[in-house]
Design a protein around this ligand. Structure first.
Ligand code: NAD
Length: 259
């Protein structure tokens, strides 16, 4: 299926690896020019070079921390007139409620709620003025189902989820859609770190933690970041223009619910 977005311009943050990179690659495969951002120069530039070589699209790499004003100013400058925005950054650390004081809470809110909202506030006006836009926020299945050790992720992302629920409906009439993609466990550095952390906490091997996790996922495996990226690209397509304000799980069936 032609997604109808060839020649569009997208920004993907947190794009040097993992799910953000999967989204950037899938958009590039559809002929979308990219601005990609992350904090570390080398992996980001390697990713940019690989995407240019594979897909022949223009890729601008911006070293930027999305939780800072300076980082977002650099992104505004590089982005120009964006058609598509995919917000993403590293997730909050695991732990229990008593591990998280005010500073940890503030950091989680900055990365998982305030930064994506600030990025949307930067780019929604241009999308609205041009009458077309697609925004996808990468959140987490932890938004709909409490997940062991990820209470901070759930708490911070709920604020973003609430903001999107209203804002998506305020801008839908102007050709702009906003949706959230909720990953379950995917094969990325983050899931490897989380498995390692659980292994240390519980005195198990990472392999045992992984096997236990896979047994709880109906699909029987961790997700593929490239396939996750393809779902993201579809949400950014011309055809997805009637999908508004949704929270779409990509979790191999791990969250058990009827609706
Ligand atoms: P990852 O740690 O593998 O990659 C994160 C990317 O974001 C990297 O490119 C990193 O450089 C970049 N980044 C981190 N902090 C940043 C910042 N402040 N500014 C700019 N760039 C930043 O993570 P991932 O597994 O790809 O997950 C992406 C998001 O999805 C995270 O928020 C994570 O919590 C969430 N998530 C992941 C999974 C999973 O199984 N992988 C499951 C649920 C939710």
């Amino acid at each position: 299926m032609d997604l109808g977005i060839r020649g569009r311009r997208a920004m993907v943050t947190g794009a040097s690896r993992g799910l953000g990179r999967g989204c950037a690659e899938a958009l590039a495969a559809e002929g979308v020019d990219l601005v990609i951002a992350a904090r570390g120069r080398e992996p980001l530039e390697e990713t940019a070079a690989a995407i240019r070589a594979r897909h022949g699209v223009a890729v601008t790499a911006v070293i930027a921390d999305v939780t800072t004003d300076a980082g977002r100013a650099a992104l505004r400058e590089a982005a120009g007139e964006l058609d598509i925005l995919v917000t993403n950054a590293g997730g909050p650390p695991p732990g229990r409620w008593e591990d998280f004081g005010p500073e940890a809470l503030q950091r989680a809110l900055e990365a998982s709620m305030l930064a994506p909202i600030a990025l949307m506030r930067d780019h929604l006006p241009g999308m609205i003025a041009r009458g077309w836009g697609r925004v996808v926020n990468i959140t987490s299945s932890a938004v709909v189902a409490p997940t062991r050790a990820l209470g901070l992720s759930t708490a911070a992302r709920m604020g973003l989820t609430g903001w999107v629920a209203n804002t998506a409906r305020e801008v839908a009439g102007q050709g702009v859609t906003i949706n959230n993609l909720l990953p379950g466990s995917h094969e990325t550095d983050r899931i490897r770190r989380l498995d390692q952390d659980a292994a240390e906490r519980e005195g198990l091997t990472p392999e045992a933690v992984r096997a236990r996790a896979l047994a709880r996922i109906p699909a029987g495996r961790y997700g593929d970041p490239a396939a996750f990226g393809a779902v993201c690209a579809f949400l950014c397509s011309e055809q997805a223009g009637y999908i508004v304000g949704q929270n779409i799980l990509v979790d191999g069936g791990a969250v058990a619910r009827t609706l």
